[in-house]
Design a protein around this ligand. Sequence first.
Ligand code: ADP
Ligand code: ZN
Length: 433
Amino acid sequence: MIWNETMECMSREDMRKLQGIRLKRTVERVYHNCEPYRKRMQEKGVAPSDIQTIEDIVKLPFTSKRDLRDYYPFGLLSTPMSEIVRLQASSGTTGKPIVVGYTRNDLNIWGEVGARCFTAYGLGKNDVVQVSYGYGLFTGGLGAHAAVETIGGAVLPMSSGNTEKQIMLMHDFGAIGLACTPSYALYLADALLDSGIPREEFKLKTGAFGAEPWTEGMRKELQEKLGIKAYDLYGLTEIIGPGVGHECEYQDGTHLCEDHFYPEIVDPVTGDPLPPGVTGELVFSTITKDGMPLLRFRTRDLTSLNYETCRCGRTSVRMSRILGRCDDMLIIRGVNVFPSQVESVICEIPQLEPHYLLIVDRVNNLDTFEVQVEVKDEFFSDEMSKMLELKKLINHRLQSVLGISPDVKLVEPRSIGRSQGKAKRVIDKRILK
Ligand code: ADP
Ligand code: ZN
């Protein structure tokens, strides 16, 4: 099923035209209503009249997370405060949060793009959908909430936490859809098992998972453990929240709602545009928002774009799985390591649970790298030789994927902390030194 066929299946040519018109309008808006943007453009010698088609976008300056912090809290609004009806914020990692203001129209757009996502997952007006993303300043809960209401489904606004109750209501209310982070979904999968209620008594069949990077291996785990189809839901606060992109029934790339959010891929170091298929940093321009439009916002997320028409009939561009954020990348003994690479190795080894932690430190000027991973109950053994053999196997696989050899530590099932929101999988002690 497709929510908005006109927009999701538009020809490439028509889409480029539409994007051009919308971009032009947005550039005028920010130029006249938002001083930091006007200044930036003047510094670069670009006037609104220089932007006529979508190709002209490369003339515009970038916006970064740093800008959002510098103009905290409302300096990047392009609309008077009287038009703003909602404020959301993302935690960020340090210091002040990043704040976004939405007009009524922006909230409608959020509902619209969210509806495209949940429709693509096969959900509709007869379905109860449990939203277990956190509600509050974090956009996950309220974003998924609006999506379910827009498609006319019955939204169950659980927020995260209170896991036993989550399972009870999932069962009693016959939830068909579950929206939460993939790491919380794993946690719920264990809780479902522990509840002792037979799986047949649950109606659950669809997961809308996102807000953090996850791998194909993790998808397999979740689909098997929960007996559902697990779909990707992508988004970020600065652009709107969850709903920027979604998978379809083919689970072959994340369709982006590019009539609202125009994507580019650039070299993370030089900022030069990269061609389709090449991995680089994802950059978005919002081309329909009024409250706080952002132009050429550097997401720090690493991915690539594919413009081929999908088997589902949608022509909207698809991005590949997010490898991680540029700032998630660890440099250990000079080698670049993404936690998602470790995750894919772990998910391929049947004896392991998909719960892991990377611990990086520096001892005597040398980086140390430990990977802790849980062994499944049935494989956890007192026999030293068996465990040593398993350790060697993991070490070997990690070495071949990462190019460096970590110190693998096998731990008992359920000994690594569980997450109810975004998982924390890296402890880098070097930062503290
Ligand atoms: P914060 O920056 O505090 O984490 P957000 O909640 O806005 O705030 O997080 C957005 C980021 O979360 C994205 O830029 C991306 O790194 C990550 N993210 C969101 N959805 C996905 C997804 N489906 N796959 C991978 N990463 C995701
Ligand atoms: Zn598709």
